[in-house]
Design a protein around this ligand. Structure first.
Ligand code: SF4
Ligand code: SF4
Length: 149
């Protein structure tokens, strides 16, 4: 089942696409079993970016949750001060930051909780929540202006 089109994330990595229907469910796995997170050598994985790691098909990183969202954060680079608050607080590790610079949102894994917007300190905020179907470029063009105190 593929849910492309209106869903910005790549939603084609579900259990059917992996050919995993015949495999056991999470509640049938033998207690104590270990599932490898990565393919091949793993000892250097901590020093690689997520894009550089080779994930096992059953690692949660390889499965998108984009279709769970009904609202999404949109990021405005022009206002962001790279404070990293959103990166620290995001419960799904869905803020992409490299060398202390906020780069954007991992829409494959963001669940639309809105925590990143709550903790963003700028005025106006550099992240705002919008309907999942909203056009990011249109929302950026109509971004709120600074509120006077
Ligand atoms: S909406 Fe929630 S899951 Fe998505 S980037 Fe923000 S804090 Fe992370
Ligand atoms: S919390 Fe706001 S200002 Fe800070 S890095 Fe994230 S988007 Fe930028």
């Amino acid at each position: 089942m593929s849910m492309t089109g209106s869903t910005p994330g790549n939603d084609n990595r579900g259990i059917r696409e992996l050919g995993a229907e015949e495999k056991v469910g999470w509640d049938e796995v033998t207690q104590g079993v270990a599932l490898n997170s990565f393919v091949g050598e793993t000892k250097n994985a901590a020093f690689l970016t997520p894009e550089e790691r080779v994930y096992n098909d059953f690692n949660s990183y390889t499965a998108t949750v984009a279709s769970w969202r009904i609202i999404k954060p949109v990021y405005n680079r022009d206002i962001c001060i790279d404070c990293q608050n959103c990166w620290v607080w995001c419960p799904d590790t869905s803020i992409i930051s490299r060398d202390k610079q906020m780069l954007g949102i991992d829409y494959d894994h963001c669940k639309g909780c809105g925590v990143c917007v709550e903790v963003c300190p700028t005025n106006p905020k550099s992240l705002l929540m919008f309907n999942e179907q909203a056009d990011n470029d249109e929302e950026l063009a109509a971004w709120p202006v600074k509120e006077k105190k």
